[in-house]
Design a binder for this molecule. Sequence first.
Ligand code: NAP
Length: 343
Amino acid sequence: MNARRVAIVTGISGQDGSYLAEELLARGYEVHGTCRGKNGVVPRTSELDRLAHLDGRITLHPIDIVDFASVRDLLKQVHPHEVYNLAAQSSVGLSWKQPIETGEVTALGVTRILEAIRSVDPSIRFYQAGSSEMFGKIEESPQDERTLFRPVSPYGAAKVYGHMITASYRESFGMFCCSGILFNHESPRRSVDFVSRKITRTVAEIRHGRATELRLGNLAAQRDWGFAGDYVKAMYLMLQQDEPRDYVVGTGVVHSVRDFVQAAFDHVGLDWRDHVVVDPAFYRPADPKLVVADPTAAREQLGWEPEVSFEELVRMMVDTDLAIVRDEIATESERALPSRRVA
Ligand code: NAP
């Protein structure tokens, strides 16, 4: 029998999946991950930007969580102790363009995994990636585990369903299921579809002379932003407790998009006012107000604290993007050189 703890991370190719895989490997776990791939072909770990450094240390499986049978078969094959469900259509903006697909994956995908666990081995511990977007139309701040959910996007609504069905399986079947209500967390591995990475990537391009402007929506929008590497530790801790429950995970500090922009431009010695253009096309149909976490339960019961500050996070992301853009420019210059003839 395998003496190592075994975990499955759905959505391992995403931002959080890559950090969680590192965290679990560091703790001695055997780590399996799901990845949809393209046209039924799963990429090799070495081909995935966020996972290439873990090549040979994790096992990828070609699973789409809209397919119940393949989720159930994976559980039978791998026999995990823990399942972390990070797979989702995770963009609020895209959820307005793809509300049905968002519901299929982000909401019903959770039920498929829970039902597969129940039928294969109900002692498997389950983590569901919930979101502060579930709070939506907020009337009280800060938000904790008792705050009312009033989602204002298809993504938020789908995550509420995922949260509720996780609680239902815990209450009805006594399964060890937890939902983390995570506030925004970023990193150099964040997709450029998200405002934080769009800012740091564009600032790097402007600094290297490849772009001149950064087009953004509502600069006054506020978020409780933390570092993804810190937040995956909370996911792990939730599944190690004696009793399952849900936790709010955030820093408890808010910053505006303008603060993020200013910190990023300051770091490269530029004035953001010279480059930022406010474009109403990037406004959200409904932008939640006063989103800020009260992470008291996570601090007191999990012993969890964020370690990376907002300023450190912005600098880390800008520095990484400066290096990426510099490498891209170097590669383009090499390609532009006339090829040398080999004698
Ligand atoms: P992400 O980078 O978008 O990763 C999500 C992953 O889900 C993708 O890599 C994708 O992998 C996978 N996926 C999408 N549809 C799938 C499907 N039908 N079947 C299987 N896999 C599918 O998101 P993240 O930032 O790491 O976030 C992780 C989770 O936390 C998500 O559920 C997100 O909604 C939630 N969350 C994130 C934040 C945040 O600030 N980052 C805050 C609160 C909650 P493939 O395309 O390779 O299959």
